[in-house]
Design a protein around this ligand. Structure first.
Ligand code: GLN
Length: 384
């Protein structure tokens, strides 16, 4: 038999698949993988139906349906004051993950260094390694609310530094970038040949009146940035796997070279439907209030448990600390909560290269109120 040399020997099955499968197997409430347990708008489903009936069933243009790219350009201009050319600076992707992979492939050459803040979403590092790049991780800690120490970032920069990956609102920590972070970042990359990959898939899931600091707002940062966004997160339809990437033309030119041979184009009917649906700006402007209500409800419930709640400023996640309750590793404890309490969550050590375990668990609150109540009740009943 032939043998294969793994390109990713350290990589197993993603934690999201593992925990969702376990939750299904043991009948636990699944607050692990981030996705809603309620449906997307019937109007949106109608629009997909209509697009199919109207005959939009063949390949979309490689960069995506023009009407959708136009809507995205309008939205980005309106929200962030940035104009992106729909023809040369916007590409529709098969979800955020494909956009991230494609951007990393377009930028990273062998031995290039990429700065990643950990805990980090688990698709960044494998893509960097597949390109022969080197992950330079900077660990953030719950003790100071996962604040980025920019002096430490500065120390990591050298002439091999090619890319910095940012993610705000952040998965899994639910923190957001603030104006001061933007200032520090701008100072660090100024006059350097460093690019930015900004994972902004939770851009509209931001709470307490905070502002989303998109890279699109800052001309100096924007001209070196790939910005990734997700319609799955926006419209409660993660299974449709449609997102997009924004980048200045010289970067998007390289992105598209890879995109065309990775997916060629994304399913057309959904794109036509979203283009139509986006015309109603309330569909995304109402999201912060919609999710903040869920966050508050879940936090109120969790407050009665023995867990220590960490802040949640954005995304659809709420993390808790439990180190004062048991010495178990977060993975062991997450498995036990899933099996014994009947509530699945994500252990956050999996998002650190070194497996750093701060005894922090991540729960997804993009769920119906009764699901959240049921989960809280199970956690209250759980005997350690
Ligand atoms: N973004 C989702 C989460 O963090 C999962 C995405 C995935 O499963 N690839 O839970």
């Amino acid at each position: 038999m032939s043998t294969i040399t793994s390109k990713l020997p350290q990589v197993g099955t993603t934690i999201f698949t593992t925990m969702s499968a376990l939750a299904a197997e043991v009948g636990a409430i699944n607050l692990s993988q981030g996705f809603p347990d309620y449906d997307c708008s019937p109007e949106l489903i109608e629009l997909v139906n209509k697009a199919m009936k109207d005959g939009h069933n063949q390949y979309a243009p490689m960069a995506g349906v023009k009407a959708l790219r136009n809507q995205i350009a309008y939205k980005t201009q309106k929200l962030y004051g940035a104009s992106y050319d729909p023809d040369t600076e916007i590409t529709i992707t098969a979800g955020g993950t494909q956009a991230i992979f494609t951007a990393i492939s377009a930028i990273v050459h062998p031995n290039d260094e990429v700065i990643v803040f950990e805990p980090a979403f688990d698709c960044y590092a494998p893509a960097i390694k597949l390109m022969g790049g080197v992950v330079k991780s900077l660990e953030l800690e719950p003790g100071n609310n996962y604040r980025i120490d920019w002096a430490m970032v500065k120390k990591l920069i050298n002439n091999r530094t090619k890319l910095i990956i940012l993610n705000s609102p952040h998965n899994p920590t639910a923190t957001i970038l603030h104006e001061q972070d933007i200032n520090e970042l701008s100072a660090i990359v100024k006059n350097q040949n460093i690019f930015i990959l900004s994972d902004e898939v939770y851009e509209h899931l931001i709470y307490d009146g905070e502002v989303h600091h998109s890279m699109a707002r800052y001309p100096e940062l924007r001209q070196r940035s790939f910005i990734v966004a997700s319609f799955g997160k926006l419209f409660h339809a993660t299974g449709w796997k449609v997102g997009y990437c924004l980048a200045p033309a010289y970067l998007m030119h390289e992105f598209k070279k890879i995109h065309q041979f990775l997916v060629f184009s994304v399913n057309s009917a959904v794109q036509y439907a979203i283009a139509e649906y986006l015309k109603n700006e309330d569909t995304y402007l109402n999201l912060p209030a919609f999710f903040q209500q869920k966050r508050d409800h879940f936090r109120n419930g969790l407050a009665a448990t023995q867990f220590e709640l960490l802040p949640s400023s954005g995304s659809y996640f709420q993390s808790v600390k439990y180190g004062h309750l048991t010495d178990e590793s977060d993975t062991t404890f997450a498995l036990r909560l899933t099996k014994e309490a009947g509530v699945a969550c994500i252990p956050t050590s999996v998002f650190y290269t070194k497996g750093t375990d701060h005894r922090v668990l991540r729960f997804c609150f993009a769920k119906k109120q009764e699901t959240l109540d049921d989960a809280v009740n199970r956690l209250l009943d759980f005997k350690l």
